[in-house]
Design a protein around this ligand. Structure first.
Ligand SMILES: [Fe+2]
Ligand SMILES: [Fe+2]
Length: 518
């Protein structure tokens, strides 16, 4: 052992001994490190992701990645049968290939080729098998099922809020649990903030690894959040859509001009689902959504976007967006709105547009139901006064809980179920569609587990030593502790605390006993 190291260990030992005798230090979390090689492409297809076109009964798309050496690629597709040589009936389709040169892009620093194909003229309600490759190297055969043609048959899909943080570490268990709960889900709505840093290759690799073959077997319906927008280099402050987005997803190009593949819609069975890009061009999308809502005869209409109309958490109001969109959703009686951004859970509703006959219990009728949810590992607190001041009623909420949602539609009934990362039913309601009447609303709260808050779950923040909170708040009157992080490394051992009062923010360091260091 070198003399320098010995001296270092001696001082570190002194620091640790500085704590009160018998005091247990909080456990610290060691985030995984990844080698750069881990996220790099090979000549073998990876990041295989399935999506659908506007009509998922006849179209699907698949996108995958290789090194830039693979410049010719193909997909093969056949109707799947139990007999293994179903490939005798396969069709080969040449892929479109784009070179993804992001070597100069902040946090991307990668060169790869992406390949994509559209499968068209598919038979409805049919299980297909496909594989992708360059003619020599091929993926496994992957199965998916097309939507029924014109149907009121039962189908389910999944909806997840922000993935964003601890993606491989913690979102993996969530998305895999969702697959166990709803293995027959037809597609997955990702309501924005799929990653934390838009162009970060490491985080996209985590997203693809966490979902694995779920991404290639169940169609993705992703829309971008604010974290999918970031500057391309330190020299510019202009935020650009994740450079990976259009390379790695092949989505319906039926959205407003300039917003293709970030705002789009799909018709599945008797439902139209519309994805909006709440980051940009609000007016343009208001016009567009009005237009496409006025031209659908589907029984059910669901809209998804990132920034919630009724925010779940404090200080995150999206007033302009709400005032623009809510009247349109009211007018066309949108059934359900699926959102993200607030890293907590909130579900509620607005009054129905139509007047309800006297003597009918208003609680049983509803206008649009709005949901905010979170699937990744980053958690915010709930708004103090529920949805007060929003002209909407919040019925159910959660803090500090990773959740996924299973939405099932069968003819005139929609069932919404939210599950925790360990598969417990957290929230449930049904909507019954009635001709020329507001939806009937059936609350199913008796089936769900007890409400979850920071106060009755494993602490999200590191716990401060006894008395530290009181002394902090007496030194900073009117402030609130919004972050506590216990650090235990060679440079520092103690607490980093964030305090906020409105716009004011203080970062404080405390020693292991909670005494001020600054
Ligand atoms: Fe987020
Ligand atoms: Fe967000």
């Amino acid at each position: 052992m070198s003399a320098k190291l010995k001296i270092g260990m001696f001082f570190f030992g002194l620091l640790v001994l500085g704590k009160t005798v018998g005091q247990e230090l909080p456990r610290t979390y060691k985030a995984p490190e990844f080698d750069v090689e881990w996220r790099k492409p090979t000549n073998h297809p990876d990041r295989i992701v399935l999506s659908y076109g506007e009509d998922p009964s006849t179209t699907a798309s698949v996108t995958w990645r290789t090194t830039s050496e693979i410049d010719t690629a193909y997909a093969e597709i056949a109707i799947a049968t139990a007999a293994p040589k179903f490939w005798r009936n396969a069709k080969t389709i040449k892929a479109g290939t784009t070179t993804f040169d992001a070597i100069e892009i902040n946090e991307a620093e990668i060169l790869a080729n992406y390949h994509s194909v559209w499968f068209t003229d598919l038979k409805s309600d049919t299980t297909y098998a496909y594989r992708v490759g360059d003619g020599k190297r091929w993926s496994e055969w992957i199965q998916f099922k097309t939507a029924p043609k014109e149907s009121k048959d039962k189908f389910s899909f999944l909806y997840v809020g922000d993935t964003q943080n601890f993606i491989l570490e913690l979102w993996s268990r969530l998305i895999r649990e969702s697959y166990k709960k709803a293995p027959d889900a037809k597609f997955i709505v990702h309501a924005g903030d799929l990653v934390n840093n838009a162009h970060n290759e490491q985080q996209w690799q985590e997203w693809f690894d966490a979902g694995g073959w779920i991404h290639s077997s169940i169609g993705a319906f992703p829309i971008p959040g604010n974290h999918e927008y970031r500057n391309l280099s330190p020299e510019t402050s202009e935020r650009s859509l994740s450079v990976q987005w259009k390379h790695q997803f092949t989505l319906p190009e039926n959205g407003p001009e300039g917003l293709e593949e970030t705002a789009y819609y799909m018709d599945y069975g008797n439902m139209r689902i519309i994805g909006l890009n709440s980051n940009v061009d609000h007016e343009k999308q208001a016009e567009w959504v009005d237009h496409i809502l006025s031209r659908t005869d589907k029984d059910w209409v669901i809209v998804t976007f990132h920034h919630p109309l009724f925010s779940a958490s404090e200080g995150r109001d999206n007033k302009e967006w709400r005032e623009l969109m809510k009247p349109i959703f009211d007018q066309y009686e949108v059934d359900l709105v699926l959102q993200g951004h607030d890293h907590s859970y909130a579900r509620g509703r607005v009054s129905p547009k139509e007047n309800v006959l006297d003597g009918v219990n208003m609680r049983d009728k509803t206008g649009t139901v709005y949901v905010v949810s979170v699937s990744g590992g980053k958690m915010y607190g709930l708004r103090k006064n529920a949805w007060e001041g929003y002209d909407a009623e919040r019925d159910r909420a959660a803090e500090n809980t990773q959740l996924f949602q299973v939405i099932t539609i069968e003819d005139n009934k929609l069932s919404f179920e939210s599950y925790t990362a360990v598969g417990a039913l957290y929230d449930a309601f049904d909507l019954i569609k009635r001709a020329d009447l507001p939806n009937e609303f059936i609350e199913r709260d008796t089936e769900a587990i007890v409400e979850r808050r920071f106060s009755n779950t494993i602490p999200y923040q590191d716990p401060l030593p006894k008395g530290a909170e009181e002394s902090l708040l007496s030194k900073y009157p009117g402030f609130e502790i919004t972050g506590v992080h216990f650090v235990n490394d060679t440079n520092f051992i103690g607490y980093k605390v964030r305090l906020e009062r409105g716009e004011d923010r203080e970062e404080i360091s405390l020693d292991v006993n909670g005494k001020f260091l600054d």
